[in-house]
Design a protein around this ligand. Sequence first.
Ligand SMILES: CC(C)(COP(=O)(O)OP(=O)(O)OC[C@H]1O[C@@H](n2cnc3c(N)ncnc32)[C@H](O)[C@@H]1OP(=O)(O)O)[C@@H](O)C(=O)NCCC(=O)NCCS
Length: 380
Amino acid sequence: MGDATYAKGLEGVIAAESEICLINGAEGKLYYRGYSIEDLAKSSTFEEITYLLLYEKLPTESELSSFQNKMRKSRPIDTVVQNMITQFPEKGSPMELLQSVITYLSSTVSHTIHHSDKCNCRDTLHQIAQLATVLAMYQRVREGKSYVAPREDLSHGANFLYMMRGEEPDPAEGAIMDKCLILHAEHGFNASTFTARVVASTLSTCYCSISAAVGALYGSLHGGANERVLDMVDAIGSLDNVESWIDKAMAEHKKVMGIGHRVYKAKDPRATVIEEYLKTLSENKGDSFYLDMLTKIEATVNDRMKAEGKLLFPNVDFFSGAVYSLLGIPRDLFTPIFAISRVSGWLTHILEQRKDNRIYRPKCLYEGPQGQSFVPIEDR
Ligand SMILES: CC(C)(COP(=O)(O)OP(=O)(O)OC[C@H]1O[C@@H](n2cnc3c(N)ncnc32)[C@H](O)[C@@H]1OP(=O)(O)O)[C@@H](O)C(=O)NCCC(=O)NCCS
């Protein structure tokens, strides 16, 4: 093996230099291009942080206005994409639909790929703009309803809710949806982002890179824990059952969903922000079932883990599913919503990869047979 080291799952391996996202797992801090996630969630919009990620700086008013205008004008989907949605097999998943649409979009543009400065990824904002439209229409079609064209006067998040519901959301709900997109837009070298960079490193198109990233996110070890948090809350059923359920789960060495993180060894800062949104929505809707259950689950896990000398905290998925659910979003759209947000981060990483590209080509540790003699098929 020479000097090479082997790290299963590439744990601890630094695969590239990056200026996009800093995660301080020990202190539970997250920054996009040096700006704290708390500040961005409080004061920014999904469109503005998309600009920040793609252009490496916060926009001026006129830069934001022209970027926003371009992205909003890119929101409508053409009839071919609408037909893809209506004809999509019923048993197909929305993630497969998103991959198909991205591949279709790729075939509609001319690609000036192959090198960073000539790449047109930044100009093809319809990847970022249209995935939300596709997902909203997908939901309507399966409810037997028709396409609702996007509006240009709403934020990305509010417009998603509008297109899905067919009516304008309450401003607080629209703002919370938009902020949830901010919180999920970027998170360093996770599996889907790494996938996007690996594909981009071959000088494939940004569309193919993003389609591959959607495929990586589809896997249950990456997206989807927020869905399972709600399944867990359903299984527990009531506040009275929380402690006994957690004790049994721990005795059986089962993982409590939405708890723990490979990188964060403190409370995930996104969880802290989303918890506030859950409080707001629970109060506005007069429905605190999820909030009460999750609060008690968190306290119980905390208590039991401390007794075992372990420090485990909620991650972003712990509260996000409950927020989406109160926004009227079905559970199987939670991971696709992650994709409609993370596409900004993926695109940013593709651009960064191309700036100083070298194709990814790790080695494997060969453990198979050697020196075999070939036996003709008739003699086997
Ligand atoms: C996120 C996750 C995969 C991180 O895994 P990891 O970094 O490999 O952490 P480990 O599995 O090594 O956990 C360390 C210890 O904490 C325990 N632990 C970790 N997460 C736990 C959880 N959710 N519930 C109960 N115990 C947990 C492990 O059993 C392990 O205990 P041990 O040292 O006695 O074996 C893991 O915490 C998990 O499965 N969480 C639930 C699923 C989830 O919420 N995923 C979304 C992540 S954003």
